[in-house]
Design a protein around this ligand. Structure first.
Ligand code: HEM
Ligand SMILES: *[C@@H]1O[C@H](CO)[C@@H](O)[C@H](O)[C@H]1NC(C)=O
Length: 428
């Protein structure tokens, strides 16, 4: 009997569990959505059932399970003039290969399925990211991987305006100091790859697994410093900076790397990196073709049973923050270059966290999610006529995360300090 994701997944692992409280799930999701999500959880459950639940670092490579097709129904088809593409190379590639609808607008269930099928994203992470997108950047059931979708693709459920897609989600989802994408207020867009940034990434010294975290984390520190030095409006937000920015880096290695028997955790070489970033040509002569992100030939995703889950992501987030404590420094430039000021975390969180405790245990991610939850009602007021449905849905997503993290209880936030940061508008 399978009545919800929570029930069907509890079986295999505490850390892999979506742990969706079915009570909230029932309240906020349509019957059709529940059916779709149940179908995915059933598929994933049957994939994983017979496996050991590996520790993150000991996956076993099985070629037939990990090969990702890029032919036939999944052959590369570049986006046409009305197809939407945006800042996320993973989602753009999924759309170009028809793992989500080619037009770039997909439902929560389609995103969960696509991120699992192509990259081995954990159901917990996929569901959270997809629901967050649907509520903040979409129409509650679907969202665009680029800019605003045409009206015909939207349902009319009390939207106050056209949802902006993830390209229009600055400070809610989209963040400054991304690997290859520009800072919004410095360049006027947040999704067109900057060749200098890609060049710089490409020429980093390689780690034992190619462009692995030993390469990407120092590169992130460099990009963080560049934003401080060049973007008067740089803002490192509680959610967009502390939680999304690290994902933009760790996803490159964790998802794009090619898995094999020799490298079960993955090896990411320059050619695969270029393919997923829509880059052609040779170093010094690179060309970026907007929207042409491709799954390489003969490419293998994460091992079944070794999905990249929220707890796994938390480990990566924390090790980056140990090496570079500035990553957890919420704050920004105050209107001129090189004027970075950090906010007082104690004041921001009514004493629940401080700079020292933020770096401990689950706290950084707890803080990021809890801040976003507290900020949600205000942000959603501008998007929906009534908040009941959007809040129920986003709170269900947050509850599923908190069930895994056991966080201290954040009761309220005080964002008055953000007034000194001109780039903090709409921050989560
Ligand atoms: C539903 C799931 C996902 C959502 C909602 C999502 C959303 C986003 C958003 C909003 C950004 C912009 C963040 C920023 O400003 O830096 C982004 C960037 C990025 N995403 Fe995704 N993403 C998802 C799945 C994936 C997957 C499966 C991959 C696999 C490779 C991926 C790889 C990346 C990378 C590498 C970047 C940074 C791009 C750059 O600046 O160079 N994402 N994503
Ligand atoms: C991935 O690794 C396998 C095994 O080494 C190799 O045969 C394949 O060509 C690699 N794929 C890519 C895209 O590099």
């Amino acid at each position: 009997m399978r009545t919800s994701i929570a029930l069907s997944l509890l079986a295999f692992s505490a850390t892999n569990t979506l742990a969706f409280p079915s009570r909230m799930f029932d309240l906020s999701f349509s019957a059709e959505e529940k059916r779709a999500l149940d179908a995915i959880s059933a598929k994933i459950e049957s994939d994983i059932k017979e496996k050991r639940v590996s520790t993150p670092l000991a996956p076993t490579f099985v070629a037939s399970e990990q090969y990702v097709s890029n032919t036939g129904a999944h052959a590369f088809v570049p986006p046409g003039p009305t197809d939407l593409r945006g800042p996320c190379p993973g989602l753009n590639a999924m759309a170009n290969h028809n793992y989500i609808p080619h037009n770039g607008v997909a439902t929560i269930a389609q995103f969960v399925q696509g991120t699992y099928d192509v990259f081995g994203m954990g159901l917990d992470l996929g569901a959270f990211l997809s629901i967050y997108g649907a509520v903040f950047d979409g129409d509650l059931t679907s969202w665009s991987i680029g800019g605003p979708p045409s009206a015909s693709l939207l349902s009319s459920i009390g939207l106050l305006g056209t949802p902006q897609g993830i390209s229009g989600s600055h400070n809610k989802y989209e963040s400054d100091a991304s690997p290859t994408r520009p800072d919004l207020y410095q360049y006027g867009n947040d999704y067109k790859l900057i060749l200098d940034q890609f060049n710089d990434l490409y020429s980093q010294p390689l780690g034992p697994n190619g462009y692995d975290l030993t390469t990407l984390t120092p590169f992130r520190a460099k990009r963080f410093q560049q934003s401080i030095a060049n973007n008067p409006y740089f803002f490192n937000g509680p959610f967009s900076g502390v939680a999304v920015q690290p994902a933009a880096y760790t996803f490159i290695y964790r998802f794009m790397s090619n898995k094999s028997a020799e490298y079960p955790e993955g090896y990411l070489n320059g050619d695969v990196l270029k393919s997923f970033f829509a880059i052609s040509g040779s170093p010094g002569h690179f060309t970026w073709t907007e929207g042409h992100e491709q799954i390489p030939n003969n490419w293998y995703k994460r091992a079944v049973g070794d999905e990249y889950t929220i707890p796994f992501f938390l480990l990566d987030l924390n090790s980056a923050a140990v090496a570079y404590p500035q990553f957890l420094s919420v704050g920004g430039n105050t209107g001129t270059k090189n004027s970075f000021a950090g906010v007082d975390i104690t004041m921001l969180t009514a004493g629940v966290y401080n700079t020292a405790t933020l770096a401990q245990g689950n706290n950084a991610l707890c803080f990021a999610f809890q801040f976003a939850q507290q900020a949600a009602p205000d942000l959603l007021k501008g998007l929906f006529a009534t908040l009941t449905q959007p809040l129920a849905k986003i709170n269900a997503a947050f509850a599923s995360v908190f069930a895994q993290l056991s966080c201290p209880q954040l009761q309220s936030i005080d964002t008055s300090q953000f007034a000194q940061f001109p780039g903090s508008k709409g921050a989560a």
